[in-house]
Design a protein around this ligand. Structure first.
Ligand SMILES: [Ca+2]
Ligand SMILES: [Ca+2]
Length: 262
């Protein structure tokens, strides 16, 4: 009985361990897969009036890029000017427009959007992600006889765009020999961790000087570790300097000293 109880709890423990390991691997995988995080920013928040008698497309002045998220909400009151025709809002009449209208197949007198030369229905509101390349956003009312119109619609337009996070400077850390240290080894290992958040650095991004002289070194991109096995150095003070350029406009210089004593 005792053995059985142990084995049952052992199995439970094993299953729990496996679940925890799986979760840990999943979290690790997600964090490794995640690139430098882009953030969506509100770049346009604008009200545009669409006069009922505007002769055609109303230019919002907003230039969209692929991937922009656009949110339009509209209100207002419009009269198409026809005999006994009543007012409507941006949703338009329930009647469907025929081929005489800018966009057949949707409600007459509704609010339309236009990008890349194509009209689409907005009505009282629409949210979408812009595709098809750069385009100015136009608005208009789905009517073909404009001069007899009265009233207007007003649209609030918001555009959200992925904005890359600002570039950051490379970092140089874990310096060896320890800065300002006194050591006895006359062939000390010179070492540093050199990394950049946005750029996968290679040795061509990095230069090392010892006592003002350029020195060769090895750099392992997988560990960010720079290593140099020194020639025999004289007793006394020495100065090491690492300059890193991230190839994206930012560089970092670290200079440190150490002293070799008898
Ligand atoms: Ca009209
Ligand atoms: Ca950088």
């Amino acid at each position: 009985m005792l053995t059985k109880a142990y084995s049952a709890s052992g199995r439970t423990y094993l299953v729990a361990m496996m679940a925890a390991t799986l979760l840990a691997l999943l979290v690790l995988g997600l964090s490794l897969a995640r690139p430098a995080q882009a953030t969506q920013q509100l770049i346009v928040n604008q009200n545009v009036t669409i006069p009922g008698n505007a002769p055609g497309d109303v230019d919002t002045g907003i230039d969209l890029q692929t991937g922009d998220r656009v949110v339009v909400s509209a209100s207002g009151s419009f009269n198409p000017g026809c005999f006994l025709c009543g007012n409507t809002g941006p949703e338009g009449y329930t009647n469907i427009a025929d081929n005489r209208f800018p966009l057949p197949g949707v409600r007459k007198y509704s609010l339309l959007g236009k990008t890349n030369g194509s009209y689409f229905y907005i009505g009282t509101g629409k949210a979408w992600v812009h595709t098809g390349g750069p385009s100015r956003l136009f608005l208009r009312i789905n009517d073909f006889q404009m001069s007899d119109n009265s009233g207007s619609y007003t649209a609030n337009i918001q555009v959200f765009r992925d904005v890359a996070p600002p570039n950051t400077a490379p970092t140089v850390s874990s310096l060896r020999p320890v800065p300002s240290s006194r050591i006895h080894d006359r062939t000390p290992l010179i070492r540093a961790t050199v990394s950049d958040a946005e750029t996968n650095l290679g040795s061509s991004n990095i230069s090392l000087q010892v006592d003002g002289q350029p020195k060769s070194f090895s750099y392992d991109p997988s560990t960010d570790r720079l290593t140099r096995l020194s020639n025999r150095l004289s007793y006394g003070r020495h100065l090491a300097q690492i300059v890193v350029n991230d190839g994206d406009g930012l560089s970092t210089t670290r200079t440190w000293g150490f002293k070799i004593v008898r």
